[in-house]
Design a protein around this ligand. Structure first.
Ligand code: THU
Length: 126
């Protein structure tokens, strides 16, 4: 799947977002190095703090199925262009410096940024 398709997959996933508190719906689509795609959405919670973002939902789905190597993750919101939050940046960085973050206003204006450029000096246990 190319990055435009990945972006469109993330866009479609928005429909499944559970965001009754913020009404800000987010979809993600994670591409493994072997070509599988895992989608994710934000799942909010009445405690607010227990909310999980779309990016981490996708990563947790993939990691719990045994996948560890990722090429790219697209993220799209109901409110326009969005970039991963700080926690999600660290969560993505866990699996590699060069994972690409696919963002953009729409499918014809896609931006590709490496996670190491969005999170300089990301934390790793030595
Ligand atoms: N959110 C995501 O799912 N991903 C992001 O990259 C930014 C924020 C969610 C969390 C919360 O459900 C809502 O957007 C508003 O913060």
């Amino acid at each position: 799947m190319d990055y435009k398709e990945l972006y469109k997959t993330a866009q479609q996933a928005i429909n499944n977002a559970y965001a009754p508190y913020s009404h800000f719906k987010v979809g993600a689509a994670l591409l493994t190095k072997s070509g599988e795609v895992f989608t994710g959405v934000n799942v909010e919670n009445a405690t607010y703090g227990a909310t999980i973002c779309a990016e981490r939902t996708a990563l947790v789905k993939a990691a719990s199925e045994g996948y560890r190597e990722f090429d790219a993750i697209a993220v799209v919101s109901s409110g326009g262009e969005v970039y991963p939050c700080g926690i999600c940046r660290q969560f993505i960085f866990e699996f590699g410096d060069n994972i690409k973050i696919i963002t953009g206003e729409d499918e014809d204006h896609i931006k590709v940024t490496k996670i190491k450029d969005l999170l300089p000096n990301g934390f790793r246990l030595k």
